[in-house]
Design a protein around this ligand. Sequence first.
Ligand code: NAP
Length: 286
Amino acid sequence: MKKLLYQFDTDALPAVFDNVVAYDGGADHVAAYGGVTADNVGGLVEGAIFTRGPKDKKNTAIFVGGGNMAAGQALFDAVRAKFFGKFRVSVMFDCNGSNTTAAAAVAWLAHGRSLAGKRAVILAGTGPVGQRAAVLLAGEGAQVSIAGRKLEGVRAACSLLRERFGVEIQAIEAPGAAERAAAVEGAHIVLATGAAGVTLLEARHWQSSPTIELVADANASPPAGIEGVGMSDRATASHGKLLFGPLGFGALKLAVHRACVARLFEQNDLVLDAAEIYAVAKSMVG
Ligand code: NAP
């Protein structure tokens, strides 16, 4: 029986990245659909849940991706709303690599240490990766703030996180470099999750900080999101801090993504979202 993964993407063009990792994770065939929404997904889900017998259903699974978190979460909810009784297949949510990337970054930050009570600031944390990292850091007991260029946008992201995950994240407006430098004052953890190729923080602002202990940057497209953090840094010591670069935790991100796809085919009722994917990352880190 072939392992079939249905890749539902909210973007018009389904992500090639997710397609490749799906094969590398063990799918025999990946059918990628673009422009999938909560409104049009119903028939696609029915095709997945009604076609194979109970013991064979684990060989069919669904992956939800795309660049828009709100649309992706609505799609993910709509997929699961179609399931009933034994008519269900396993499903994973990873819009823009949000869960797998955030899980890998936070698993490394928390590896061998407690983050409880630490103050964490996520620069440009309004995007998919930053939002999920905020949830995971809060789950580790950190006091988390998200900084973005417009207060309205940051507040909107924080309210979505409160509604969906019940976490309290502080919103910080930081339209420019000076405000971002001010935002990390007093922080213990700084994580940058800004758009590719955008530098958010100068090196001197973390290097001279008396409080910052951990510095991580998700941006893998030069220039660095945080100046002075190397692409491959993985707990690299510098100026009394530990640095984590995008490739430093990117290896774990890929391994976690592949492992999660493999798990989809082990049973027909697995739901992989932030908490479940983070648990996989924690079991694989180090
Ligand atoms: P995203 O949605 O593209 O951007 C995140 C935030 O960046 C936006 O919400 C925006 O926040 C801010 N931003 C955009 N343009 C900016 C500018 N010119 N100046 C300052 N801020 C700006 O990012 P994402 O999809 O969450 O991904 C985050 C990062 O992770 C990206 O760099 C991505 O390439 C990287 N990534 C890394 C890995 C890995 O394994 N290392 C895997 C996946 C993704 P505001 O509008 O609120 O300011």
